[in-house]
Design a protein around this ligand. Structure first.
Ligand SMILES: Nc1ncnc2c1ncn2[C@@H]1O[C@H](COP(=O)(O)OP(=O)(O)O)[C@@H](O)[C@H]1O
Ligand SMILES: [Mg+2]
Length: 332
């Protein structure tokens, strides 16, 4: 869907990014991560032609973005930035209508779309449509920023540190909602963040950059357990345990438990499991984090939402260590 071919950007003698090549698949959430100044924003801006590469090509659906009129590009790509970037003298409604206006939609269509989007991001139009951005909290502004990016229903959304300006609690909440929303609307997302926890929480695949160069592209789990070089390995060091918990699912744990001696009591029909429920594709981290300390056993549900097993917290924990051990053994 989006392909970068040997893309470089120089400012004078200084390289911002060098020889970037990777593909972003349709429908995935692709994270660009790395320390400040490594070239994340530059890369994102080249995808929507806010910055012109010094060399190389960027293709969207096989076509060079330079051969597409900028209006087509605008319709295809929504952009959400750090500190929201709402126009201060526009109302919420006018902000959301920016791209539809450029595309010369009629007033009726714009008004309907704006209301629909506001509801989608959890803001009641009657209350919020006519407010100015400075009459909104940070979290509300971020939602409006997202609604604006979604306005013309673009298949691609670029997000640059979208939660960067929020306090930790609001951030957690807005990020959870956005994640849910993105799941339901099936877009191709490129998410820039310097927060690895956020990247592991949100992204299907990641590209880790350092000094403008790709260090590794892969799933969070691949980067964590099969790092291609020392930089990748050391990049995750300080959050390692949490990231491992985020990248291992209860399904992985169930599988390893079932293949070993102390098999958990399997779910049998009519069994009313007590204790918190966990989906097989939930991360071990999210299950443990959300559970009450006194939770003793968990009921695990498969993709069809059928309960498959009941496991105790001790089994879950020891299973986690076994999966982790297995993944580490395969390393190298
Ligand atoms: N307009 C510019 N002029 C000169 N240097 C720039 C410009 N934009 C970015 N850079 C430099 O390019 C490098 C990458 O910047 P950027 O892509 O913003 O990094 P990140 O988003 O990962 O923090 C940095 O060294 C930055 O100083
Ligand atoms: Mg940046």
């Amino acid at each position: 869907m989006i392909e970068l071919q040997k893309v470089s950007k120089y400012y004078g003698q200084k390289a911002a990014v060098v020889d970037l090549s990777f593909k972003i698949e349709e429908g995935e959430i692709f994270g660009l991560i790395g320390t400040s100044g490594c070239g994340k924003t530059t890369t994102l801006k080249m995808i929507n032609r806010l910055v012109t590469p010094s060399s190389g090509h960027i293709l969207i659906n096989g076509e060079d973005i330079n051969s597409q009129p900028s209006e087509t590009l605008r319709r295809h790509i929504g952009y959400v930035i750090q500190n929201v970037g709402l126009f201060p003298h526009y109302t919420v409604q006018q902000n959301i209508a920016t791209v539809p206006r450029l595309l010369q939609w009629d007033d009726q269509r714009i008004s309907e779309r704006t209301q629909q989007l506001l509801r989608m991001v959890g803001l009641e139009p009657e209350t919020f449509a006519r407010r100015a951005p400075d009459e909104l909290s940070g979290g509300q502004q971020q939602r409006v920023g997202l609604a604006r990016a979604l306005a013309a229903d673009p298949p691609i959304i670029l997000m640059d540190e979208p939660f960067g300006a929020l306090d930790p609690i609001t951030k957690q909440q807005v990020r959870g909602e956005v994640k849910q929303l993105l799941k339901n609307i099936q877009k191709t997302i490129v998410l820039v963040t310097h927060d690895v926890g956020e990247a592991f929480d949100m992204c299907d695949r990641l590209c880790l950059l350092d000094q403008g160069k790709v260090q590794q592209v892969g799933t969070p789990r691949e980067l964590l357990f099969n790092p291609q070089n020392d930089f990748v390995d050391s990049f995750f060091k300080s959050n390692r345990l949490q990231l491992e918990m985020m990248s291992i699912t209860t399904g992985d744990i169930l599988e390893i438990l079932q293949s070993s001696a102390d098999t958990p009591r399997s779910f049998s029909e009519g069994f009313e499991g007590n204790g918190p429920r966990a989906a097989a594709n939930d991360s071990f981290f999210s299950v443990f984090q959300d559970a009450k300390p006194e939770a003793h056993s968990y009921v695990i549900y498969d993709k069809e939402d059928q309960p498959v097993a009941s496991v105790t917290s001790e089994q879950l924990l020891s299973g986690f260590y076994r999966v982790r051990h297995k993944l580490k053994e395969k390393q190298g």
